[in-house]
Design a binder for this molecule. Sequence first.
Ligand code: COA
Length: 395
Amino acid sequence: MKAGIEAISFYTSHYFFDLKNLAEERQTPVDKFYHGIGQEKMAAPPPDEDVVTLAANAAYQVIQKVDAEKIDTVIFATESGIDQSKSAGIYVHSMLGLSRNCRVLEVKQACYSAAAGIQLALPYLLLHPDRKVLLVAADIARYGLGSAGEPTQGAGAVAMVLSSQPKIIAFDQETGIYTEDVMDFWRPNYREEAFVDGKFSIKMYLKSLYEAWQQYTDRSGSRFDDFYRFCYHLPFSRMGEKAHFHLAKHIGREDFSEEYLLGQINETLQYIKIIGNTYAASMYIGLMALLENSAQDLAGKKIGFFSYGSGCVGEFFSGQVLPGYQQYLLAEQHRAFLQNRTELNYEEYKKFYLYSIPQDGGEYLTPRNKTGLFRFAGLKEHKRIYQKLESDSAR
Ligand code: COA
């Protein structure tokens, strides 16, 4: 028996900002953004979206596809938490009306935490084949106006139901893992934006990839040639290329052409290029881009996953695409959503970015923007209030 993904979906802001306008504003050649880092657009969340609404809007779609009564665990992976104590997952659990006989928790380790969620869920599901785990990963990537990281910003969530009746991906048991105490990216509790040593974080990402790969291959006996496609953590789309070229070089496969290697990752980059970094959610949005846009039938193919979270933890793991997976995807819905987003100009982007909610405990309503079914409606007595709308993207 294998456990894996039974249903999966993602959600992002209804608003985006094109990096050609950022390039103009920052007096930077647009090619640096479009090609140098491989990013074209960034999702920009309005004041009435936060990680809870991003996650709930993604999760609402997946729970329609499964027997949701069987979900007895909700794991919320994020590094943009909205409370130091209460798990963001409790709000999502409540908004979705899941069973009260459920454990709910939030997990954090920069962009890595959703991979930890998968690895913790799999043995649990094999021990309890009648149960399901809802794993959500949601983040808002903020680096600061004018910073080097600014063009890589983004926002989004992924939701997946993991079970012992997977329909999309069945995960393998062996993984390779690497941890080292480094300061490449961190956000002290008193800061809205992270501190980041971008070049160092790339170096640590690549080092962790190689180390995790070594342990994975030692344990599993799998080799590079066994894989059809690779999904990497994607803080920006060129990072996927850097990672894959690095891996091929380090295992001595310099005989592979650049074109061949790009072919093993290109489809995974499509959505991230126009959404931006979504931290904990990004690798799985890459997986969905692959599954939903691949011209080939991927059934039976082996996929490699490398998740990296600054600080740092990296894990390499693998899985097989299951026959008939296409019928369980939400491909049309996702493509239409991305095509129908609203473009912001620079002033509008800046306004969303600079928006901050009052911290005085008074009653406060967030301005209404385009959102999914769930929106962050405001605050009262320091308590967050969420609203369920009549229909998706209502104004
Ligand atoms: N046309 C095309 N490419 C251009 C260009 C132009 N006019 N100008 C620069 N570039 C290329 C550079 O050559 C470089 O490519 P390379 O990586 O292949 O060398 C790339 O654009 C980035 O430019 P660079 O000046 O090296 O970096 P930067 O100071 O803009 O910072 C990051 C890039 C990724 C470090 C920065 O965005 C960042 O800190 N991001 C957040 C942290 C992060 O995502 N870390 C990743 C691991 S988790």
